[in-house]
Design a protein around this ligand. Structure first.
Ligand SMILES: [Zn+2]
Length: 243
């Protein structure tokens, strides 16, 4: 069963690649196609892992190399699916966490490539996290987490005018709904510390000026993944320090 679920992860990874290609261009999801020549990929090219293994990772029409993101995203999705099956087995929690991790992967890839967090991705995710909170982490914890996530990043956005897009605020609200209170604190701390440390390094190395944009999105995704999977353990460990 775990192998079947991992295979489903491979197909889902290929689908996430398609979504990451098409959604930022405001295209609806059609057939996967080459970003260079625009030709539809042949079915043998749809799964990038196989394309790299069998077709040397090149478009069969124009020979342009496939983006390395395609096989990496597929492998990441396979690993995530295998891990979640191992951990949750066939339960509603498995489906919910699988959905959350797919959303976070998609947000990560699109944000890294386009510096965008698309409403078409994050708004349905927020809606489903609202309903999913009945399964995990419970409606009250989810509401508290969502409000804390939203409010923290809303305040950061206000403090640095134009320093952060509304996308980060919506992403923080989604992660809060999905992980709940108190796990959201773990996600926010990781995002803010990692984002701040990276910004500091960039400013000190003079790659960027003091007022330039800090892209919190990818750090929020990392924080969200850690909080979703290990949040309760990290919170319990922290509380034990004081007993
Ligand atoms: Zn091509």
């Amino acid at each position: 069963m775990i192998i079947l679920y991992s295979l489903l992860g491979l197909l889902t990874g290929a689908f996430l690649n398609l979504a990451a290609d098409e959604l930022p261009q405001r295209h609806s999801l059609g057939s996967p196609r080459c970003p260079y020549c625009g030709q539809n990929y042949l079915p043998s090219e749809w799964i990038a892992v196989f394309s790299f293994l069998l077709l040397r990772g090149r478009c069969q029409h124009c020979r342009a190399p496939l983006s390395l993101r395609r096989p990496l995203l597929e492998l990441g999705t396979v690993l995530a699916f295998a891990f979640l099956w191992q951990r949750h087995g066939p339960t509603p929690l498995l489906l919910l966490f699988t959905f959350y991790i797919c959303i976070l992967f998609l947000v990560l890839v699109i944000d890294l490539e386009h510096r965008l967090i698309l409403n078409v991705v994050i708004l349905p995710a927020i809606l489903i996290a609202g309903v999913g909170s009945l399964i995990f982490p419970g409606p009250l914890r989810a509401l508290a987490g969502g409000l804390i996530g939203f409010a923290s990043f809303y305040l950061i956005a206000l403090a640095r005018k134009g320093g952060m897009g509304g996308g980060d605020v919506k992403l923080a609200a989604f992660i809060g709904l999905a992980t709940g209170f108190p796990s959201i604190i773990v996600a926010l701390l990781i995002a803010i510390l990692a984002g701040g440390a990276t910004a500091l390094v960039l400013v000190l190395s003079r790659v960027k000026g003091l007022k330039s944009y800090i892209p919190y999105g990818p750090f929020l995704v990392v924080g969200g993944l850690v909080a979703l999977i290990y949040g309760p353990q990290i919170v319990a460990w922290y509380l034990r320090l004081y007993h």
